[in-house]
Design a binder for this molecule. Sequence first.
Ligand code: DON
Length: 560
Amino acid sequence: MITHLLRSFFFLLFFSYSLQAVEQGNAGFQPAIASAHPLATDAGIEILQKGGNAFDAAIAVTATLAVVEPYSSGLGGGGFWLLHIADRDRNVMLDGRERAPLNASRDMYLDEQGNVKPGASIDGPLSAGIPGVVAVIEKLAKQYGKLPLSVSLAAAIRHANEGFRVDEHYRRMAGFRLQSLLSSEDAARTFLHDNKVPEVDALIVQPDLAKTLEIIVRQGAKGFYRGEVAQKLVASVQKHGGIWSLKDLEDYEVIERAPMVVVYKGMKFVTASPPSSGGIALPQMLNMLSRYNIEEKGAAARTHLLVEVMRRAYRDRAEFLGDPDFVDIPADRLISSVYTSMLVKDIKRSATPSSSLKPVAEPAGKGSDTTHFSIIDKDGNRVSATLSINYPFGSGFIAEGTGILLNDEMDDFSAKPGEPNVYGLVGAEANAIEPGKRMLSSMSPSFLETANRTAILGTPGGSRIITMVLLATLDFHQGASAEQMVKLGRFHHQYLPDKIFYEPGVIGEKVKSELIKSGHTLEQLESDYGNMQVVIVDKKSKKSEAASDPRGGGKATVIH
Ligand code: DON
């Protein structure tokens, strides 16, 4: 079932890509934006052209994606925004991840026999964590941006009022989540037409969402976390079996965290820290790889080494990682040189069966659409942000009268020890449900810096986000362009299931048979996956390039 859902889901990721240049003279860096939707990229570019900085543009892109990509992210969801503040040469992570409601409990998705209730952490308001996006929007505006929300939210409000057009991707996503959307009156009215998936070019208008956005313009985050909108959110959630309280919303806070930084063969790698699991897994994998001349290996030996490195990092993810404010993550140890030596010690020419690695202590277990954008402005400020409501259309539930589609991020927790979530990820005690705790995430917005170039990158893709970012990082290190990075063929291993998953055609027959000889099991996926957005700037010439994944329908624009 899970494999089936996952397959169907990844089958939904596809599309063409476009790169545009906009004329605008200036002496600084060439501003650029790559995002998963053309209207969102355009909204961000408009803000940069009105004198806003990367952080104002990030607000416009975040809010527009929330309106025009309702299957991917939204005001009812969360995410991680990695910022580079150029004049202070400082990197900051804004953790706007959802939190478990205060009434949540460890076994809330289990039946009397202790089995996970199918769908309970995926459909309807019981699956929703307390959203963080609006709190981040306010923080970006107050602390980092220059423009008022009336300007940076204008495009999102316009698209909510005037509507956006349905495309094939929308139709697939809505078809995939039809049952769930049908069980919420407001969601069915908003996202379906006559209770059916709308035709291509139909208009999706969201007047309630526009009103909520207007309240946020007037009142800031208070207009969402308190007052009338908060009351409507809580009343509707409770009426339909959810457990949110007003206190949950009042208590929500964005957390500023120090990003994770490692140096890989002379390249600085900066990424979101926990509760992003990429914050530990990516440094671990890069540390292990720094011990090898991967650049000189043939395709089979290179794939083997990468898979062994992925396997070890995902094993540790399952055991050690969770919300750092609730569990003690031995981060320093996990990314230390001594620990790296121990991890690589048993990497041999043949595959290490995952079952032969130390089992995950007291396993507890478990997360499908999400989005990413990358921005640089003329001053060199950068934003790399990955945002999510988890599954396509999140929980499928719109709180009545608010236009807010709620996430189903609770599925990213371990509902039960050892039980895989929708992405097949297993977890442990560290990621068990607790009131107020943030669920572990794979979202890994990142910056890469070599002597000559800086890259801003990230992608959706559930458990595969981390390995996509790894492969693109290694490609950049070897001189790849933004376009090459987004086009790169992908493969993935996540410890369990003990299998190499790969995009159609990415591993050829010869390499495949060598890998099988080394003891690996391989599965070619039915379709591509991921939707990577990359901006690269050349430090000397200050020229930028940007690319949007050809598998998605996004758009990359460089202002000249
Ligand atoms: O935070 C996470 O790891 C997941 N909720 C992300 C889900 C995702 O990327 C689905 N995308 N295709």
